[in-house]
Design a protein around this ligand. Structure first.
Ligand SMILES: C[S@@+](CC[C@H](N)C(=O)[O-])C[C@H]1O[C@@H](n2cnc3c(N)ncnc32)[C@H](O)[C@@H]1O
Length: 264
């Protein structure tokens, strides 16, 4: 799902890394830290943007880091992409000093993101940059009326999910600017990316919608009424007439935000 997210919303990565290149000026980063790297979407975009750099990807999940290493071998920069498995809510392992720190969709997972930002401050060299990319909800894909079931299915799912994420990940959708300032950073740029991708979409968009619905099913199924459960089942029924991949009316609607800050 993370790989599909990066593929479908590619401008988020290309434009943010371009902005970092511009801000870094004649001192491009040599050591990059990718916090909560997942499968490395940020790591690979950054290693491509900064060919002289090496990166350290930190994540609590060994599975994510394993996939990142596989991709590093497939794509080429294996000798420049290092991984460290660590729980960023605990004591941070010694990581050295960095010119650039990247935290995409990971800060909101931390129990105490302000403490995490304090750690980032201490591993970033003076003049170094921190990029924070965040979201406030999962993307939407479906039309209001699916042609079966009760209209408004996706809105109802999103409302249920919002209730749950409000409880499980309370920092999702936070305004990170004040958090960055409090941690001592100077916020240089704040940018909103509004995506409204319409058909014809690339095949990855359908798979992204399917992966998002599957994830939704794991999290919200029990809280849907039986009619909506049946709709969700039909959208995900392999080979079924209503399978989401059969639809030609999918769109991708999501908002992402990026903050770039400097350690003075
Ligand atoms: C939504 S994913 C984002 C991954 C990647 N940065 C991206 O944008 O594709 C969040 C990642 O943060 C990691 N994560 C969550 N809590 C963590 C923690 N306490 N310590 C380290 N990693 C954590 C998860 O394992 C997951 O890979």
């Amino acid at each position: 799902m993370l790989d599909l997210d990066a593929e479908v919303l590619r401008p988020l990565l290309t434009e943010t890394t371009a902005l970092l290149e511009e801000l870094a000026g004649d001192r491009p980063p040599r050591r990059i830290l990718d916090l909560g790297s997942g499968t490395g979407a940020g790591t690979f975009a950054l290693l491509q943007r900064f060919p002289e750099a090496e990166s350290v990807a930190v994540d609590a999940s060994a599975t994510m880091l394993h996939r990142l290493q596989e991709k590093a071998h497939e794509l080429g920069p294996a000798d420049r992409a290092h991984t460290v498995q660590a729980d960023l809510d605990g004591e941070w392992p010694p990581l050295g000093t960095f010119d650039l720190v990247w935290a995409s969709a990971s800060l909101h997972h931390l129990t105490d993101p302000d403490r995490g930002l304090g750690e980032v401050f201490s591993v970033l060299r003076p003049g170094g940059l921190l990029a924070v990319l965040e979201l406030d909800s999962l993307p939407g894909f479906l039309p209001y009326d699916l042609g079966f079931g009760r209209p408004g299915f996706e809105e109802r799912c999103r409302a249920v999910l919002a209730e749950r994420t409000g409880h499980d990940v309370p920092h999702l959708g936070a305004d990170w600017g004040p958090h960055l300032s409090r941690a001592g950073f100077a916020v240089k740029v704040e940018r909103v990316f509004d995506f409204e991708l319409a058909p014809p979409l690339p095949p990855a968009a359908g798979r992204y919608a399917e992966a998002t619905l599957r994830r939704g099913r794991a999290h919200l199924y029990d809280r849907l009424d039986p009619d909506d459960q049946a709709v969700l089942d039909a959208l995900l029924e392999e080979g079924g007439p209503h399978h989401v991949l059969r639809r030609s009316d999918l769109t991708v609607r999501t908002t992402r935000k990026a903050w770039v800050a400097e350690r003075p």
